[in-house]
Ligand binder design. Structure first.
Ligand code: FAD
Length: 421
């Protein structure tokens, strides 16, 4: 349901559960409400609470009690990580950092009143609002598919049950069956994600079902770390994976989740497993708050991550259009720290420094065969701009690839600690 400002004000006025602003209650502590307890939101909440030493009241609103990361979910599909290890609770953010963690959905933002409404009926006021709700899918992007089809044709682009479902489907594929990836157009969450996933699926099929085939139906002409993936696929999974661009297939015309058919211009493919990853846009709440551009993403002020449309709201992570940074957990975490610094400066006068941003995206192609791409960035007036970057090389020795994989394991542990304490 879309809630516009008129509906919102009416509902808010009727709400018995208005949580008044600190000023109304005679308190002096400014309040930050953070929406979304993922890579951007959890990091922002923790850094604001930790670095303000209790001078800022932080409320984190997140519907789920356990955050299951998308990052490393491909490794769970490949059997390299138990899915249970990707689940994280918010307990420490509450107990060790004094963050008020509220498990609910934010259904509307009233930018004039500086309040958010929760599905449970409460209304929270804020001095600054942080929105980091991740992505949602563009409706109708893949004709025949909508979220009700996700139990048959999973996207597995939000963590947890979708990952478990896709993994189970791969493991149950009939001998010699066909696995299809419907890849998304740019821009989307985790550029190497679909291709690392194919590598992990191929790893499983090679052991259990070596005559199975994998088709990638891609609207793009090229993709992240393409040379590295292609080399790995040839070396480890020869003859198993076909990457077909829309130039060749005419593009996916529609899918039928009931018959498991994928219809191309001149051909119908019968899939045994079909991973549909539709086109994406900013999380719904950013759209409802009227903070998106015509492409469905939120433009931000690079140094502070403030929305270009509302200086009291900071938008982080996948929902933003920021310039050169990809949509990754590493990037969202890096942006959260810059936003946290700006918010503390605005609310309690803390010192600020020029933010520097960084990102690395690791991918596993086969056992102990890790590759990476990354960069550092600075904030210019126009965008978060890349300064310098690096990428793994083709034909690297096995020892280096193993160390790259181990580095990624260390990153995950550090990242989880940085988000959840
Ligand atoms: P999220 O982490 O998705 O957090 C959003 C949160 O907001 C969710 O918990 C959601 O429940 C909550 N939310 C949404 N709407 C509301 C609302 N209205 N009210 C309250 N809460 C709300 N990144 C890497 O850096 N490295 C990797 O190796 C990597 N691998 C990936 C592999 C895959 C298969 C995928 C799909 C992604 C991967 N990523 C990786 C990308 C990474 O997961 C995302 O870029 C990152 O999670 C974005 O952070 P975020 O804060 O924007 O959104």
């Amino acid at each position: 349901m879309i809630i516009n400002r008129r509906h919102f004000i009416g509902a808010a006025a009727a709400s018995a559960a208005l949580l008044s602003s600190p000023a109304v209650l005679g308190k002096t502590r400014p309040r930050v409400v953070v929406v979304g307890g993922g890579a951007g939101g959890a990091t922002a909440a923790r850094y604001i609470a930790k670095d303000s030493k209790g001078a800022i009241d932080v409320i984190l609103v997140e519907p789920t009690r356990h955050y299951y990361s998308c990052f490393f979910s491909n490794l769970a599909i490949g059997g390299f990580q138990p899915l249970s290890k990707l689940g994280h609770s918010y307990g420490k953010l509450a107990s060790d950092y004094g963050i008020n963690v509220v498990h609910d959905w934010v259904t509307a933002v009233d930018r004039d009143a500086k309040t958010v409404r929760l599905a449970g009926g409460s209304v929270l006021s804020y001095d600054r609002l942080v929105l980091s709700p991740g992505i949602d899918f563009v409706e109708g992007a893949v004709p025949g598919w909508d979220v009700t089809a996700q139990t048959k044709m999973p996207h597995a682009y939000k963590g947890g049950t979708q990952t478990a479902l896709l993994k189970a489907q791969v493991e149950a594929m009939p001998e010699g069956g066909t696995y299809v990836t419907v890849a998304p157009p740019n821009p989307y969450r985790c550029p190497p994600g679909p291709y690392e996933r194919v590598s992990m699926v191929a790893h499983i099929l090679k052991q259990r079902n070596p005559t199975a085939k994998i088709l990638i139906l891609d609207p793009k002409e090229k993709f992240s770390k393409q040379g590295l993936f292609m080399e790995g696929w040839e070396d480890y999974y020869p003859g198993m994976i076909d990457w077909l661009t829309s130039d060749f297939t005419g593009g996916v015309q529609r899918v039928d989740p009931n018959t498991m058919e994928v219809v191309l211009e001149d051909e119908i493919i019968k899939a045994d497993v079909c991973n549909v990853i539709p086109a994406m846009r900013a999380g719904r709440i950013v759209q409802q708050a009227d903070l998106t551009n015509e492409d469905g993403w939120c433009p931000i002020v690079p140094a502070t991550l403030q929305s270009r449309f509302d200086e009291n709201i900071h938008v982080l992570g996948d929902s933003t259009v920021n310039g050169d940074m990809p949509k990754s957990a590493y990037a969202a975490n890096s942006q959260a720290k810059a936003a946290s610094m700006a918010i503390r400066a605005a609310l309690i006068g803390s010192r600020t420094f020029k933010p520097r941003f960084s990102n690395t995206c690791w991918s596993l192609i086969s056992p102990d065969n890790g590759v990476k791409v990354g960069a550092t960035y600075v904030a210019t007036d126009e965008k978060i701009a890349k300064v310098d970057g690096f990428i793994s090389q083709n034909h690297e020795d096995a020892g280096l690839r193993k160390r790259t994989y181990e580095e990624s394991l260390g990153w995950y542990t550090g990242m989880a600690r940085d988000m959840f304490g």
